[in-house]
Design a protein around this ligand. Structure first.
Ligand SMILES: [Zn+2]
Length: 459
């Protein structure tokens, strides 16, 4: 499989060549755990989960090491803990658990490593100490700063010129840093805040140094792929590069990948507009996790994606079609198959999910048209393999349709289907037809097979 990925560093789509195909490494900046993840937070998790699945399929499941972190020390976390009057880990443990549960509902596999920043403070201190010794960082009363002037390469990812960077916004409490674009590696401790002892003073780490230290500890000094949202290119990823490459003197990542941003009904998502929807809210509204996943993957990851109920509605309809085919073939033993080449090639081409979804649609048509047992077994095998790579079709097909109705509605539908089976057994065709019509009015289609009747939502 030849994988090609768009590298933000070069602004080009390039063949992906890992440093060691037996040890492929990927890091994606994770969640700051102080509130419920919103749908914009879910996009990188789902996009890079798809890449994780593709890499596992290309290099072998054990050959791919994927780390995504929890930022569990941060101003917002400290504020949330103070408001509730609890230690910060009460907040971070709770929201790390919620994050993992929500992502699991979206079919996101657990990464190989999920490091927490507070478990890696020692590594951050070592890294900062090295930067100070190299003359790339300096200590002042408010903390330790990285000196952007000491890094001739600074700005290479975001392609911002140094003079443009000097005009950066002022940050409160950082009046003693030498240049405006210098950034905090370590913040001197303030009363009432969690802090750690370090040779350069009691304090806590800045955000950027967390990722640099966790990457080095979990994956190594140069990794194959570093990912995250487009909003992280500057300053976060630029600063990760500055710290890591200055300290280690070789590239932090071979490929930098960034997913586009989500808008909500064509407006930028923001707290002030109040148009942010959490994954939990969508699940509570009755949307199935796979429909949310499908909607997130329906557009190309690099493009912006406009989130709307229509998008979810379309995702639900596409999945109903997929599950309908699986339900039709539920008694067929699937042939062991690999995902068809055209489907895999679409994903390998910089995760072209719109093209992959079109290929999957053709596989569904194939499965629906298959008549002979051997054709059906092959079609089902290919459908399962492709769906697994995409991270969908994880549920029993009948359960899928049942879950798309509320519990009461599903129970009522089950009862009607059972009554109809009884009517057919008694050869009461008029009654059986009457019940079929009732079900049709509820949007339900009954499918009669040799092993009884099943039902699905009508397309
Ligand atoms: Zn990061």
């Amino acid at each position: 499989m030849d994988i090609r990925l768009t590298n933000t560093l070069t602004r080009r789509k390039e063949p992906f060549v890992p440093g060691d195909p037996k040890r492929v490494t990927m890091y994606v900046c994770g969640s700051t755990v102080y509130n419920h993840p919103h749908i914009g937070n879910a996009r990188p998790a789902v996009v890079f989960d798809l890449l994780f699945r593709l890499l596992r399929s290309a290099y072998g499941a054990d050959a791919v090491l994927y780390a995504s972190n929890y930022t569990d020390i941060d101003d917002k976390i400290i504020k949330a803990a103070a408001q509730e009057g609890v230690p910060i880990n009460v907040i971070t443990d709770k929201f790390a658990r919620i994050y993992r549960d929500d992502m699991s509902a979206l079919g996101v596999l657990a990464p190989t490593f999920e490091p927490r920043a507070t478990e890696h403070v020692d590594g951050m201190i070592v890294l900062i100490q090295r930067l100070i010794e190299q003359g790339a960082a300096y200590v002042v009363p408010s903390g330790v700063y990285f000196s952007v002037a000491a890094d001739a390469d600074y700005g290479k990812l975001s392609r911002r010129a140094q003079d443009e960077l000097q005009a950066g916004a002022r940050v409160e409490g950082e009046d003693d840093k030498r240049h405006q674009s210098d950034f905090a590696l370590w913040k001197a401790s303030k009363p009432g805040e969690p802090s750690w002892e370090a040779p350069f003073g009691q304090g806590r780490p800045g955000w950027h140094i967390e990722c640099s230290a966790m990457i080095a500890a979990q994956l190594g000094e140069t990794i194959d792929i570093h990912g995250g949202g487009l909003d992280l290119v500057f300053p976060h990823h630029e600063n990760e590069i500055a710290q890591s490459e200055t300290a280690h003197d070789h590239p932090l990542a071979r490929v930098w990948m960034h997913n586009g941003m989500l808008t909500m009904d064509k407006e930028k998502m923001s707290k002030s507009i109040g148009n942010i929807v959490t994954v939990r809210e969508l699940l509570n509204q009755g949307w199935q996790g796979e429909a949310i996943r499908w909607a997130l993957l329906s557009g190309h990851y690099r493009a912006p994606l406009d989130w709307s109920d229509d998008l979810l509605q379309q995702a639900q309809a596409s999945l109903d079609r997929l599950y309908g085919a699986a339900l039709r073939l539920k008694d067929v033993a699937a042939e062991t198959a690999e995902a068809p080449a055209a489907f895999v090639e679409a994903l390998a081409d910089d995760l072209n999910t719109p093209a992959a979804i079109a290929e999957l649609s053709a596989l569904i048509t194939n499965a629906n048209n298959a008549k002979k047992a051997a054709e059906q077994a092959k079609a089902k095998g290919e459908l399962l393999a492709a769906a697994q790579l995409l991270g969908v079709l994880r549920h029993d097909p009948q359960a899928w349709f049942r879950d798309s109705f509320s519990g009461d509605e599903a129970a009522e539908i089950d009862a009607l289907v059972a009554e109809r089976v009884a009517a057919r057994a008694a050869k009461n065709w008029a009654e059986a037809d009457r019940i079929r019509d009732m079900l049709a009015k509820k949007g339900v289609e009954v499918m009669d097979g040799p092993n009884g009747s099943t039902w699905r939502r009508k397309g």
